[in-house]
Design a protein around this ligand. Structure first.
Ligand code: LRH
Ligand code: MN
Length: 427
């Protein structure tokens, strides 16, 4: 039974309570002067890209414990992404990572995605690992390396990714590098940034028409003392230097604990330089945990800034939403479905903020009322809207329950013998 039929069958049992809950929520919202239908309609337009590297089991530097039915190549990764989208109906876009997903035939891969209603979203280059047969090592960096030959090798890799991205129909190219130092004195801060910018200028010059360049800052790891592109301010400076198609990507896990990320988002929106996001969650470092699993209020506050800008039709506001997570102890498909749902939840809750009343409270410095207005939206149980939007789009009322009942993972465990390689590392 194809997933679509299975989902319809599985939804049948839930439809009765779903309509009851939906009508009840509709009544509650009507009392607040909110019509539920336009909200549900807006959800069906929400899109978040899934990372190809997220459908396999992730790991840490200590170990990676592969789960059953791991995808063994980019085509099997797309099969798993297809299931996620069939269940939640908001994730047709797939971010690829090169060379992890390098296809023999880009045309074949593009056709494979299209046949499943999927498309290639952002391309991600990789100059943070050495590949077999690679001439020069990235041990001491890549785009910011002191050796111009290493920088040239890293630039060449990014240009090849751009060409591949164009063949695959992608519209953006994401560059994250781990360049930095582990000890004081190891790296000259100003010269390293200048080398990085010089390399990015070469990549920017090779951008195909219509392509956007996303640069991703990160406070630390793998470098543990200084990182060349360490924070949003440095990123903003670089995107200003490069040009209007260069934008700053915010990975939620790439900031020091307790940094006010929603404020960074507001800044980048105001400066017209917000590329979008790598959504995940974290308790301590770049933990790459499931979105909304640790700090759901922070996720809501970030969407509060995004919805505020969206409603104001802010100039140049066109952020790319992507997940970037590592699933070390859960079924990656279940984690990615759940995370996609949590993003839509924060998006809908942010739509419930009474922005006129909030502006008045802010103007008269009524902090209690302002926070209460945000909390009123954050504490709204919008689950019926999320489930109804999925069901109307052909998805599952309860994606995880439907996925488990589908037996997909057990079937893949049969089809895809466990890879001998256990090893360590994020993928
Ligand atoms: C770096 C990062 C980057 C990816 C990698 C998989 O921490 O967030 O976005 O290239 O994870
Ligand atoms: Mn990331």
């Amino acid at each position: 039974m194809v997933i679509r039929e299975f989902v319809d069958e599985y939804n049948r049992k839930a439809l009765e309570w779903l309509h009851q809950d939906y009508e009840h929520l509709g009544k509650q919202l009507r009392r607040r002067g909110v019509d539920i239908e336009p909200l549900t309609a807006r959800v069906t337009g929400f899109r978040v890209a899934v990372p190809s590297w997220g459908v396999g089991t992730g790991g840490t530097r200590f170990a990676r414990f592969a789960g059953p039915g791991e995808p063994r190549n980019v085509f099997e990764k797309l099969d798993d992404c297809d299931v996620i989208n069939k269940m939640v109906r908001t994730t047709p876009g797939i971010s690829l990572h090169i060379p992890w997903d390098e296809p023999e035939s880009p045309a074949e891969l593009k056709a494979y995605a299209t046949a499943r209603g999927l498309f290639i979203d952002s391309m991600n280059s990789n100059t943070f690992q050495d590949q077999p047969g690679q001439k020069l090592s990235y041990k001491f960096g890549s785009l910011a390396h002191t050796d111009s030959a290493v920088r040239a090798q890293a630039i060449e890799h990014n240009v090849r990714c751009l060409e591949l991205g164009q063949q695959l129909g992608a519209r953006s190219h994401t560059v994250w590098i781990g360049d930095g130092g582990n000890f004081p004195g190891q790296v000259h801060f100003r010269r390293a940034l200048e080398r990085y910018l010089e390399s990015l200028r070469a990549i920017y010059a090779a951008l195909p028409d219509g392509f956007r360049l996303f640069i991703e800052h990160k406070l630390y790891e793998p470098a543990f003392y200084s990182t060349v592109l360490n924070d949003w301010g440095t990123s903003y400076h670089c995107t200003r230097e490069l040009g209007e198609r260069a934008l700053s990507l915010v990975d939620l896990g790439h900031h020091a604990p307790n940094v006010n990320i929603e404020m960074i988002v507001a800044r980048l929106i105001q400066f017209g330089k917000l590329a979008g996001f790598h959504f995940n969650d974290s308790k301590y470092g770049d933990d790459d945990l499931d979105s909304g699993s640790i700090k759901p209020f922070q996720l809501f506050l970030i969407f509060n800034e995004l919805v505020d800008a969206e409603l104001e039709k802010t100039k140049g506001f066109d952020p790319a939403y992507m997940l970037d997570q590592s699933h070390n102890v859960t079924d990656p498909i279940e984690s990615l479905m759940t995370s996609a749902v949590e993003l839509v939840r924060a998006y809908v809750q942010a739509q419930l903020v009474d922005r006129e009343a909030l502006r008045e409270a802010q103007e008269r410095n009524d902090a209690i009322q302002a926070l209460a207005l945000l909390k009123q939206a954050f504490t709204a149980d919008v689950a019926p809207i999320l489930a109804m939007a999925r069901q109307r789009a052909g998805g599952a009322v309860d994606p995880v329950a439907a996925f488990r009942a589908s037996g997909y993972r057990a079937r893949k465990a049969e089809e895809r013998p466990a890879a001998a390689r256990q090893g360590a590392g994020i993928v």
